[in-house]
Ligand binder design. Structure first.
Ligand code: NAI
Length: 670
């Protein structure tokens, strides 16, 4: 769908963030908000401009480049709403109040462009009730689009068609959100709080009830419910502190009356303990104290205090030693780790079994109420709550047959669709047969191929299906079809080491002989953390200067072969792309960089000069720029580039802080 111009109505937390992300995708965007009520204020854009200015200063930054902000034009609902007549996409993000939204949509309806998509970012108001007063044509073009906060960094966007939304509109806008904005789109039904928050908040409340019943401390619960089981590192209560207990309570209180038929609805009854915390305004970071509180000790060192749930006083945080959690740290495979912990015959196992099995049963019972398949629930929870392993993936890991047996023994009601699945002989929710993935469709009662994602290749699956052309511990060459080969790094942090360079040379030779082109790309956390400096360090300590010379030359030659290969080379950096990784990325014929790429020559920070052609490349680029400005001092150009390399390490630190911040904020979603 071609969206040449967009409008965002409401410039608060979500509106400003969505507008920034539209601008990140290069889309000119109109950002409107209310004019000040106070008539003595003559500037009608005062509210929108102050919200927009605040957004520009936010950390982590909503804009990928500060200049993207120039694509945004601000205005107010009183004077400028008619300007939406030029917009192909209008998304509303004003306060969560049906009456206010209705009033605004009545104006939108007067000015909207024929065919334009009109969307609401509501987190809880039914889409049908927002569209209810309007024409069928309005309804056909109206859809719920639920971004998570912060919109640039959170992958999940739920698309919620109302009962009269045109299928074509929902489909086209989903394509736009996926391909143009880079989001993970999950189709959701128009049911209370959609998918991620319905399941995520259920999980949070189930955990809180279990903590109270078992007399656990918030720290102990976080030790069990974070990274250990493949959930976000902020686990349960650090997440609650980031989000704000009032927000969680608000969603919970909304859900209880909205889901009268839920078999496990009582989980949404706020325990007395939570009510006390709300009354005492112990909401989390926003009130400078929730389940945890940041403080300083007598020596001024930063310490974390935790709330004593009996006295409501803060005390030093105490991490309990759990042998099972320590042992699990050694289990690299997430699925195996979850299985070991949940089946553990200690208190940790008991806690995790109770919470995990309760969430699993609840999620299965929500199909097809909130989503058609398990895939949507797993994607929503992974992309919206930062879980590395979805509800049904975890259930597979634990073992469906064995866990259902245990539930039965304990007198738990088994979801009818899961009973049926087991009765049919199917024993897992997902299957992987030689790189061909399928999922069990709980509605039709059969396995179906995982939904295809056009344009997406999963290297792991390709390798399972077709094998590799050549591989060593650091890199592989894969045939990805259409006459194209891919050079994939897969060392730790995808660093460039002794294995990478020979594979680069082999890749060029093979592609020049047998392929049309080469892609240098990989799939993991980061494109490459750079050359393995350890090897250089050891050689320097041994004063093996000839060896160092050889290593550097080998990398330079391989990098230059990418540049001068007889066949086209496309590099595809993303995430950290540092040092040698940056040098490789710069030497393709074309670079297809992901939006979230943190790229640079950072070697100076560890005491070495970028020597894999990065310094040469930056100088050449600087001189190209100098040639275009004949009146300027030519030396100023390389100077600027060299300075950038010299400072890159400190900028990286800043970036890293932004990334971890972004993760923290990422969990601040409703
Ligand atoms: P916010 O409070 O930051 O912004 C609300 C905006 O509404 C402000 O710009 C305000 O000026 C405007 N507004 C206030 N009164 C108005 C009126 N009478 N008429 C028109 N506009 C008015 O709220 P936030 O958090 O950005 O939420 C906006 C929408 O996004 C809500 O529907 C919310 O449920 C939803 N949402 C919020 C998320 C979050 O994490 N904050 C996540 C996903 C959805």
């Amino acid at each position: 769908m071609n969206i040449a111009k967009a409008a965002v109505l409401g410039a608060g937390t979500m509106g400003a963030g969505i507008a920034a992300h539209l601008a990140n995708a290069g889309i000119p965007t109109l950002l409107l908000d209310i004019a000040p009520q106070d008539e003595s204020i003559t500037d009608k854009n005062q509210i929108v401009n102050s919200l927009f200015d605040a957004a520009k200063k936010l950390k982590p930054a909503p804009f990928m480049l500060a200049d993207n902000a120039k694509l945004i034009t601000t205005g107010n609902f009183t004077d400028d709403l008619h300007k939406i007549k030029d917009c192909d996409f209008v998304i509303e993000a004003v306060v969560e109040n049906l009456e206010i939204k209705h009033k605004l949509y009545a104006e939108v309806d007067k000015h909207r462009k024929p065919g334009a998509v009109i969307a609401s970012n509501t987190s809880g108001i039914p889409i049908d009730s927002i569209a209810e007063p309007f024409s069928d044509d309005f309804k056909a073009h109206f859809v719920g689009i639920h971004f998570f906060n912060p919109p640039r960094y959170m992958k999940l966007v739920e698309v919620i068609p109302g009962s009269k939304t045109s299928g074509e509109i929902a489909c086209k806008i989903s394509g736009f959100l996926d391909q143009r904005l880079g989001k993970g789109v999950v189709p959701a039904k128009d049911r209370p709080n959609f998918i991620a928050n319905r399941i995520g908040v259920f999980g949070m409340m189930a955990t809180i009830h279990e903590m109270i019943a078992g007399g656990w401390t918030p720290t102990e619960v976080d030790q069990m419910t974070g990274k250990a089981i493949g959930h976000a590192s902020s686990a349960t209560f650090r997440t609650s502190d980031l989000v704000g207990l009032d927000v969680t309570a608000h969603v919970t209180n909304n859900l209880y009356p909205a889901v009268p038929d839920d078999e496990d609805r009582d989980v949404f009854v706020l325990p007395e303990l939570i009510q006390t915390l709300l009354d005492k305004k112990l909401l989390g970071d926003k009130t400078k104290g929730g389940f945890f509180k940041k403080s300083k000790d007598a020596e001024g060192k930063r310490v974390i205090l935790e709330l004593d749930l009996n006295t409501f006083e803060y005390k030093p945080q105490v991490k309990t030693k759990f042998p099972s959690l320590d042992a699990a740290k050694g289990i690299e495979d997430k699925a195996k780790r979850v299985k070991a912990l949940v089946w553990g015959d200690d208190r940790v196992g008991e806690f995790l079994w109770k919470t995990t099995s309760r969430v699993s049963r609840y999620a299965a019972n929500r199909i097809p109420e909130i989503a058609d398949t398990i895939v949507e629930i797993d994607n929503a929870i992974k992309w919206g709550f930062g879980w590395e392993i979805g509800v049904f993936e975890a259930w597979d890991a634990i073992g469906v047959t064995e866990s259902v047996e245990r539930m039965r023994k304990e007198g738990q009601a088994i979801p009818a669709n899961v009973e049926k699945m087991l009765a049919s002989g199917a024993t897992s929710f997902y299957k992987n047969e030689g790189g061909n993935h399928s999922f069990y469709d709980l509605v039709s009662g059969e396995y179906k191929p995982m939904p295809a994602r056009p344009g997406v290749l999963i290297f792991k699956d390709i390798k399972e299906r077709t094998g590799v052309i050549k591989s060593n511990p650091g890199a592989s060459l894969i045939d990805i079809g259409d006459g194209v080969a891919c050079l994939e790094f897969h060392s730790k942090m995808n660093s460039i080491g002794g294995d990478t360079v020979p594979m680069m040379n082999f890749a060029i030779e093979e592609v020049e002989k047998n392929f049309t082109g080469l892609v240098v790309g990989n799939q993991g956390g980061n494109f490459s953390a750079g050359a393995n400096i350890m090897m250089l360090l050891l050689a320097a300590q041994e004063e093996e200067w000839d060896d160092i010379n050889m290593m550097v030359r080998a990398l330079q030659n391989a990098v230059m072969r990418l540049r001068y290969s007889a066949k086209p080379v496309v590099t595809a950096p993303y995430g950290l792309t540092l040092g040698g990784g940056c040098e490789i990325a710069m030497h393709g014929d074309k670079v297809r960089a992901a939006g979230e790429t943190y790229i640079g020559l950072v070697e100076v920070g560890v005491g070495v000069i970028p020597a894999g052609c990065g310094t040469k490349e930056m100088t050449m680029r600087a001189m190209d720029a100098a040639a275009k400005a004949p009146d300027a001092d030519p030396l100023a150009f390389p100077k600027r580039h060299l300075k950038r390399s010299a400072w890159a390490r400190s900028q990286l630190r800043h970036r890293k802080a932004a990334r971890s911040d972004s993760f923290a904020t990422a969990t601040r979603s409703r």
